[in-house]
Design a protein around this ligand. Structure first.
Ligand SMILES: *Cc1c(COP(=O)(O)O)cnc(C)c1O
Length: 483
C-alpha cells in the first residue's frame, strides 16, 4: 500500500511500524547467497504483505546480469588498507539510484495486482539528473504505468541530459523546465495535490505515484546493500562477524545514509555514520548544532545530485530519534516550511552526534581528492564519491578512528566527465561532444566505458522540448490525454 501510494494522504512519509532485527547467525547464513537472494531475505522482514514467491520474482527480475554489469550487483573495491568503496553504480544508468529504481516497478506492479487497483499508475518525477534516468529505465514499457520526468534545463550534465532525452519506451515522457531543481520539485508537488488535476485523473481511470526517495519502496532496497556488503567483507576475511564497520555516504536527500542507519538499527554492526555534504552544507550544520536552517544561499556545485537544501528523509530519522513522537516532528517540519528553520531538543542533539559525523568540502577540495586518489591509488571516482572520501579523510584526522570503513560510491565517473577530467588536469580546450570526453577519460582512467552510456551515442533525441514552470500542470494533463 505504502509503495503504491508513495506519500500518505496527510502529506507525511510512511515508515515501518517497527524496525525488524537481523542476527549474526542470519548474516552468516547469507554468505553463499546471491545479491538477489540476500535482497529477498531482507525484504521479507519489511514487506510482509508480499509472499516469498513475489519477493523472489521481484528481486530476480531486478538484480541480474542482464540489468547490472557485474554479477555482484554492488561491487566492493579495495581502496587502501581497511577502506573499501561500495560501488553502487553498476546498473543501467550508472548511478546508485538504479539499486532501488530497478526493483521499484516490480514492487509497484505486484502491489497494484494484489490490491486489484485497475487504474493506470502515473509516475511523476522531479530530478536533478540521476533519479530521472533511473526511474525512466525502471518503468520503461512496464504495463499499467506511465512516467513523466521533469529536469531543470541547465541543471544537469551533458551525459545526464543525453541519457534522458534519448529514452526509449512507449509510456515515457521527458520535459525540461526553464528553472532550477526546486522549481521542478515544487511544480511536481503542486500537481500531486491539486484537486482539479486529481479529479481529472480519477475520471480518466488513473492515479499518481512517486518514484522520489520519499517512497518507502525506494528506501528498503538501499538497506540491502549495506547488509550485503557487511556479509561480503566478513566472508573475504576483511572483518570478522561482529566487528564494527563505519559507513560514509555522500548525501543529498538523506535517503542513502538513512538506509545505512536502518541497517544499523536492525543489528548489522555499523559504527559511525559519516554524512558528507558539498558546500550546500545544511546537514553538516544540523548534525553539529541541532539547528536545521535552509535560509542560506544555494550553490550549484560539481556534485549536483547533492545540491539540496531540504533533505526530506530527515523526517524519518527524527521520528525514530524522538521515540516516534510524530507531533514533535510535525511541529518541526511545519516550522521548516513556514520559516525555513527548526531546532531539535537536546536529547535528539545528543543522539545525532553520537550516531553521525557531519562534514563537507568545496569544489576545489572535491577535485583535489579525485586527483589524489587517481595519483596515489590509480582509482578514478566521480565528484559525489570524492566528497565522501574527503570528508572521511577529515574525520580520520580529527578523531583518529581506525575502524574499518566502507564508502558509498554513488556514480560512475563517466556521468561527470567534465569535472573529473578538469580534476585530473586532462580537460581538452575544446571538444565536439561528450563522447570525446568519454574517450579521453577512458584513456586517462583505464576504466571500461559502461555499455549503456556508449550505446546512447547513436540513439535519436526524442524529447527536446522545454516549458515554463507555470505550464507543468497543463502539460501533464495534455500528455495524459485529459485536456
Ligand atoms: C542521489 C545522489 C546522491 C544523494 O543521495 P541521497 O539519498 O539523496 O542522500 C549522491 N550521489 C549521487 C551520484 C546521487 O545520484
Amino acid at each position: 500500500m505504502a509503495i503504491a501510494q508513495g506519500i500518505s494522504e496527510e502529506g507525511g512519509l510512511f515508515v515501518p511500524e517497527s524496525i525488524p532485527a537481523i542476527s549474526m547467525d542470519e548474516l552468516r547464513s547469507m554468505a553463499d547467497k546471491t545479491y538477489a537472494q540476500r535482497a529477498a531475505y531482507v525484504f521479507s522482514k519489511y514487506l510482509t504483505d508480499y509472499t516469498e514467491a513475489e519477493l523472489r520474482y521481484c528481486t530476480e527480475s531486478a538484480y541480474n546480469t542482464k540489468v547490472f554489469d557485474t554479477e555482484n550487483i554492488a561491487e566492493i573495491a579495495h581502496l587502501f588498507d581497511g577502506t573499501y568503496m561500495l560501488e553502487l553504480w553498476h546498473g543501467p544508468t550508472c548511478a546508485f539510484k538504479d539499486m532501488a529504481l530497478q526493483i521499484l516497478p516490480y514492487f509497484l506492479t505486484t502491489a497494484v495486482k494484489k490490491l486489484h487497483m485497475d487504474r493506470k499508475v502515473v509516475i511523476l518525477v522531479a530530478t536533478s539528473g540521476d533519479t530521472g534516468k533511473a526511474a525512466l529505465e525502471g518503468f520503461q514499457d512496464v504495463p499499467g504505468t506511465e512516467i513523466m520526468v521533469f529536469y531543470p534545463v541547465e541543471g544537469v550534465s551533458d551525459m545526464q541530459k543525453r541519457q534522458m532525452i534519448t529514452q526509449e519506451g512507449e509510456n515515457v515522457n521527458v520535459c525540461a523546465i526553464k528553472g532550477n531543481f526546486d522549481d521542478c520539485q515544487s511544480g511536481v508537488k503542486k500537481i500531486f495535490t491539486d484537486h482539479d488535476v486529481l479529479a481529472a485523473l480519477e475520471q480518466g481511470g488513473m492515479t499518481f505515484s512517486s518514484a522520489n526517495s520519499i517512497n518507502w519502496g525506494r528506501l528498503v532496497p538501499q538497506i540491502v546493500y549495506y547488509v550485503s556488503a557487511y556479509v561480503s567483507l566478513a566472508e573475504e576475511g576483511e572483518i570478522a562477524y561482529g566487528d564494527q564497520l563505519n559507513v560514509v555516504v555522500p548525501t543529498g536527500n538523506f535517503g542513502n545514509i538513512l538506509a545505512a542507519y536502518y541497517a544499523k538499527q536492525m543489528g548489522v554492526p555499523i559504527g559511525k555514520l559519516i554524512c558528507a555534504s558539498n558546500i550546500n552544507k545544511v546537514l553538516t550544520d544540523f548534525i553539529r548544532t541541532g539547528v536545521y536552517d535552509r535560509n542560506r544561499q544555494f550553490y550549484a556545485t560539481v556534485s549536483p545530485s547533492m545540491d539540496i537544501l531540504i533533505s526530506s528523509n530527515l523526517e524519518r530519522l527524527l521520528y525514530l530519534l524522538t521515540g516516534e513522537d510524530d507531533a514533535k516532528v510535525r511541529e518541526w517540519f511545519t516550522a521548516l516550511s513556514e520559516t525555513g528553520r527548526y531546532e531539535v531538543t537536546d536529547a535528539v542533539k545528543e543522539k545525532l552526534s553520537a550516531l553521525f559525523y557531519g562534514g563537507f568540502c568545496d569544489d576545489d577540495e572535491t577535485k583535489a581528492t579525485i586527483a589524489q586518489l587517481h595519483k596515489e591509488y590509480g582509482y578514478t571516482c566521480d565528484t559525489h564519491t570524492a566528497v565522501a572520501v574527503k570528508v572521511y579523510q577529515d574525520y580520520c584526522r580529527e578523531t583518529g578512528d581506525t575502524t574499518k570503513t566502507i564508502i558509498a560510491s554513488t556514480a560512475s565517473p563517466y556521468k561527470f566527465s567534465v569535472s573529473v577530467l578538469e580534476a585530473l588536469g586532462e580537460m581538452p580546450d575544446s571538444y565536439t561532444d561528450e563522447y570525446e570526453l568519454v574517450e579521453k577519460l577512458h584513456e586517462v582512467s583505464g576504466l571500461e566505458v559502461p555499455q549503456s552510456l556508449a550505446a546512447l551515442k547513436s540513439k535519436p533525441r526524442r524529447f527536446t522540448g522545454s516549458i515554463d514552470k507555470t505550464e507543468m500542470q497543463q502539460y501533464v494533463l495534455h500528455q495524459l490525454g485529459l485536456s
